[in-house]
Design a protein around this ligand. Structure first.
Ligand code: AMP
Ligand code: TRP
Length: 358
């Protein structure tokens, strides 16, 4: 692909100002959306109802890319042979929940060497001062205290900028904790475009479509989270049916035995109603009249979640026991991602004016 020369590679602007922009065919008509996920920790019901269900529906609305960013996880991982397994498990889970590799481009970051290569260019386009101001770096470095703080933890945003810019991503759905990383990506892209000519599309951070907010069954005032002290209130995607039911039956509620939706004073009941509502696609209001006691509500929420997760778990297990099929599915996304990433990296190298290989 020829180097792109366009003075306004900002997809939020409808009109561009140079005639060259008319030839910018790589800015897609359908919005291109990129979200990435680190292969750390087990996927739970909160991730599924809060995020993954929207990823699945999103594949029918936009051109979506989902990277499993194993190189990012390397910034805080030093155990051998763990990351590869976790990457494969996460990939199997993404396919099992319904992401279709022919619609959604699912790729493994370390399989696309262009990420590491563009990351170096990004490192040379971001300043030490800018990286020093990243709150995530400050927080993570402080938490690690006497632990090893890698230079990778510091340059992490440069790799993330490479992830985003390689795919000409227009939208990046992120939570508030990641907004600063999208801002720095825009700053890096703007600086690069200014220095070397317009090359990168400026991405926008967008609020992810929020699904249900799932709370911990043992502590319904806290979000269900893999960093909780105990597993008792977390429903993992791979929990078996009995475990799921047991966790629901032991869910913390309150003592007044009155079924009302009130997240402030009755967080346990509100959470069960929300989960049942999300799992059965039934509005909370229609559920309220069906229950007079906590026991049946807990049992029905457990049953609904079992019905939701059991087929996913079976698909996951089938995929994990068929490595050839899993490899084939991953290769579809890797190949598509690779083609796009290679073209963008070549564009960047050419804009800089690196000596082309003979
Ligand atoms: P995390 O593993 O915390 O980085 O979360 C990955 C995705 O799952 C993000 O989009 C979160 O917003 C979403 N998520 C995590 N926990 C929950 C939860 N308890 N309820 C709803 N969404 C969640
Ligand atoms: N930093 C993100 C997180 O911790 C993960 C991530 C890496 C990412 N590269 C990305 C997110 C690119 C969006 C786009 O959650």
């Amino acid at each position: 692909m020829p180097p792109l020369k366009c003075s306004a590679r900002d997809p939020t602007k409808s009109e561009s100002t140079t005639s060259d922009c008319a030839t910018v065919a790589s800015v897609p008509e359908v919005t291109r959306v990129l979200s990435c996920i680190q292969p750390t920790g087990s996927v739970h019901l909160g991730n599924y109802l809060g995020a993954l269900v929207n990823w699945v529906s999103g594949q029918h609305e936009s051109e979506v890319f989902h990277g499993i960013v194993d190189l990012h996880a390397l910034t805080v991982t030093d155990q051998p042979k763990v990351l590869g397994v976790q990457t494969l498990e996460l990939a199997a889970m993404l396919f099992a929940v319904g992401l279709d590799p022919l619609r959604a481009t699912i790729f493994v970051q370390s399989h696309i060497h262009e990420h590491s290569e563009l990351a170096w260019v990004m490192e040379c386009t971001v300043s030490f001062g800018e990286l020093s101001r990243m709150t995530q770096f400050k927080d993570k470095a402080a938490k690690r205290e006497a632990d090893f703080v890698s230079a990778g933890l510091f340059t992490y945003p440069a790799l993330q900028a490479a992830d985003i810019l390689l795919y000409d991503a227009q939208e990046v759905p992120v939570g508030d904790d990641q907004r600063q990383h999208i801002e720095i990506t825009r700053d890096i892209a703007t600086r690069f475009n200014h220095r070397f000519g317009d090359t990168f599309v400026l991405p926008r951070a967008v609020h992810p479509k929020m699904g249900a907010r799932v709370m911990d069954l043992q502590d319904p005032t806290s979000k269900m989270s893999k960093s909780a002290h105990s597993d008792a209130g977390i429903i993992y995607m791979l929990d078996d049916n009995e475990t799921i039911m047991r966790k629901f039956k032991r869910a913390v509620t309150d003592s007044d035995n009155d079924i009302r939706y009130d997240a402030a004073t009755k967080p346990g009941i509100a959470n069960l109603l929300e989960i049942l509502s999300a799992a059965t696609a039934t509005p909370v209001e229609s559920l309220l009249s069906q229950y007079q006691q906590y026991g049946p509500l807990k049992a029905d929420a457990g049953d609904a979640v079992i019905s939701l997760l059991e087929p996913i778990r079976l698909r996951y297990k089938a995929l994990m026991s068929d490595p050839a099929e899993l490899t084939r599915l991953l290769a579809i996304g890797d190949s598509r991602a690779r083609t796009i990433a290679a073209a963008t990296l070549a564009r960047a190298h050419s804009a800089i004016g690196l000596l082309p290989k003979a």
